[in-house]
Design a protein around this ligand. Structure first.
Ligand code: HAM
Length: 424
């Protein structure tokens, strides 16, 4: 029996990288004051229809929804910003915390066409900041994002930035785009014909070559920003420059969800093919009000964990055991087991093999696990009360370096000590 198309298992060699991503998120986002929120994966369908935009691809054709037994239309969340805002309003956080910082991690569901880096169930790590409209909030968030990418070793991830305008200036830009598209209507694809009528901003996001050619000379949103949006974006950029955050200004960048305004961005990475966006986000100042709350501004982003895990540098080294304990005969099993347990209790990742094989075979197994060291427990070692440590990277033995009876901290120190003696 196979998994459902677009759904997959994440095996330990990959989930180790997920753990690196999630641990770094808890640490770095936590240090900026973000609290971890656990959201349900199922929401009322209406929540997404009202927040993401009726004419977005997600709402039009990618949601996994069904009617619950009591007749309520429900949907597996395609993203979590809408859920965070719902929770923020429903829980009363909106009144208790005028400025609220939340982060989340978990699965999202979109019925897209599966391909490399694109799944129907995928995982995101996301953050949302509610209650701040000032440009410092945008800049701080982008500095935090770049600090995170740096910390996890995301290879060649780069930031693409744009401003999408607001309630004051976007309507005029949308009309300008519509007029521009209408003038070349016959060169645009069928989807774009619908976008012309319903959501002209999305014309900029079409992947069809002919449409891209047409839109290459479309008017730019940056040229139609009102004074307030222009000033806001200039300050965001000034603060980013000050912090040395590198980014590329991409005036045709639009996002796939309709709630965005002003600062918007994507994080792209090399080596992923067509699905090169490892993250995206932006400001959504009208969303809280659109979901029935007060006029509270918001900004946030989400990273695609599946994609980010694919571009982590040095992923192979993650999760390698510090050592594997190798008992050479039956009488060595007990002491080897004790040693492994005590090293594990001291916090080390340590493997343990059964007895009954030659040293050569055991060492081959240790190599296969990627262990840095082997701890050999044979007859001589039992007699001396000390195990031999072999550095598997440099092929060097430290004969009987590890005293079985030593207290745990001394054991760890002895295991990691550098004083080597060359293997004879
Ligand atoms: P999004 O750009 O739709 O934004 O998704 C964010 C990231 O999720 C993408 O950059 C990508 O890495 C990953 N992703 C999306 N779809 C898939 C898929 N089918 N397979 C694998 N990975 C995928 C949002 O979801 C917004 N809620 C982000 C946000 C938070 N904006 C403000 N706050």
């Amino acid at each position: 029996m196979a998994a459902v198309k677009g759904f997959r298992d994440v095996l330990p060699e990959e989930s180790r990288r997920w753990q690196v991503l999630e641990t770094a998120a808890a640490r770095i986002l936590g240090s900026y004051g973000y609290g971890d929120i656990r959201l349900p994966v199922l929401e009322r369908t209406e929540l997404f229809a009202r927040s993401l935009g009726e004419t977005t691809d997600i709402v039009e054709k990618e949601m996994y929804g069904f009617t619950d037994r009591d007749g309520t239309p429900v949907t597996l969340r395609p993203e979590a910003t809408a859920s965070v805002v719902r929770a923020y309003l429903e829980s009363g956080l909106v009144h208790r915390e005028p400025v609220c910082r939340l982060w989340y991690a978990g699965p999202m569901f979109r019925r897209e066409r599966p391909q490399k880096g694109r799944f129907r169930q995928f995982s995101q790590i996301g953050v949302e900041l509610l209650g701040r409209a000032d440009p410092l909030a945008d800049a701080e968030m982008l500095v935090m994002l770049s600090q995170y990418l740096e910390a996890v070793g995301a290879r060649e991830a780069s930031l693409e930035l744009n401003s999408l305008g607001d309630r004051a200036c976007r309507p005029a830009y949308r009309e300008a785009l519509r007029a521009f598209g209408e003038a070349s209507r016959e060169r645009l694809c069928g989807d774009c014909h619908r976008r012309l009528e319903r959501n002209p901003m999305r014309l900029l996001d079409c992947k069809v070559d002919a449409c891209r050619e047409v839109m290459a000379s479309a008017p730019l949103v940056l040229d139609s920003l009102c004074g307030d949006c222009r000033g806001h974006f200039a300050e965001v950029r000034r603060l980013l420059d000050r912090q040395g955050v590198a980014y590329r200004l991409v005036p045709r960048l639009v996002r796939g969800l309709d709630y965005y305004c002003r600062t918007a961005w994507e994080v792209v990475a090399a080596g992923l093919g067509a699905q090169n966006a490892v993250g995206g986000g932006g400001r959504y100042d009208g969303l809280v009000a659109a979901l029935g709350g007060p006029d509270v501004p918001g900004i946030g982003f989400a990273l695609g964990v599946d994609r980010l895990a694919m571009v982590l540098a040095d992923g192979e080294a993650i999760g390698r055991p510090e050592a594997v304990v190798l008992p050479l005969g039956d009488e060595a099993v007990g002491p080897a087991f004790d040693l492994a347990t005590r090293l594990r209790a001291a916090g080390l990742a340590v493997g343990l093999e059964p007895a009954g094989r030659t040293l050569k075979a055991l060492l081959r197994t240790a190599d296969r696990h990627g262990a840095r060291r082997a701890i050999i427990v044979g007859e001589d070692e039992l007699r001396a009360g000390r195990a031999t440590v072999r550095d598997l990277e440099r092929r060097i033995d430290r004969p009987r370096a590890l005293p079985f009876a030593a207290p745990a901290p001394d054991l760890v120190r002895a295991l990691r000590a550098d004083a080597e003696v060359a293997t004879s």
